[in-house]
Each structure stands twice: as C-alpha cells, then as structure tokens.
Design a protein. Structure first.
Length: 144
C-alpha cells in the first residue's frame, strides 16, 4: 500500500486532527503482510510540510526533519521515479482532466501504477478520485 504524505505528517504532529487515526493506521499496516510504499516525492513533500511555520505553530527544525526523512526512507519501500513513471504520468495527463498542483497527485498515481501498486492510503481521497478505477483509495478512517 502506498502511503500519502498527509498520513505521515498527521502521524508526526500530535496537534494534527488525524494524529491518533494516522498513528493507529500506520501501526496496523506495519504489522500486516502488505508492503508499505513511498517515493522520493513523498519524502520531499514531507520535508516541505513539516518545516512550514505557516502550517505549524512549532514546525520541525531542518535537522529533525532530515532525521525523519532518513527514518522514512529506511522504514518504507521507496519506489523510484524514473522513465516508466514519466511515461505513465504523461498518459494520465492526456486521459484525466488536471492542471497545476494536481500534477503532483498525478505523479503519485503514476508512480504507483508504474510499479504495479493500486492501493493508496490518504487523508485526501477527493483529490485522487479523478484517477477512477486506476487506483483504490484507502481512506484513513476506514483503515484505522
């Protein structure tokens, strides 16, 4: 199952609305047989979000954020974003109406599809519904 950035962020910050559910869900998923997957894009997005003072009253300092990034990379299987992902992304951009920041979500879907993964754990299901039957959305509340 591919893990979206927002789940990892919610699990990191006790003040996040979905903190308890995200922690519970990640613990349960970590104890299952299903591999937990991320990409380097997810790690980059994580670094962006956890260090933003516009979002958090106490954002992480970069050293702590980088320690988290190292932990994420060693704790999850990291799917590479190479030529196959780009080919799938281009196809998605032709087939699905999207633009601007939505391309970040399309790249997540493309990464999953290029690696044969269909399940996405996210707090943001509405942004991924545009990919229809291509991926299965696992909403945090249902997975916890």
């Amino acid at each position: 199952m591919f893990i979206d950035t927002n789940v990892l962020v919610a699990a990191r910050f006790m003040t996040a609305t979905a903190h308890v559910a995200a922690c519970r869900c990640l613990d349960r998923a970590g104890n299952s047989e299903e591999p937990l997957l991320i990409s380097h894009q997810i790690v980059r997005e994580y670094l962006v979000v956890v260090t933003r003072s516009q979002i958090w009253s106490e954002p992480l300092v970069m050293d702590d954020a980088l320690k988290d990034a190292t932990r994420l990379i060693s704790s999850f299987t990291v799917l590479e974003d190479g030529p196959n992902v780009m080919a799938v992304l281009i196809a998605l951009c032709r087939e699905v109406p999207l633009a601007g920041k939505q391309i970040h979500d399309a790249n997540i879907a493309a990464t999953m599809l290029a690696h044969g993964e269909r399940r996405l754990l996210t707090l943001n299901a509405k942004d991924f519904r545009r990919f229809g039957g291509r991926i299965e959305l696992v909403e945090l509340e249902a997975a916890a």
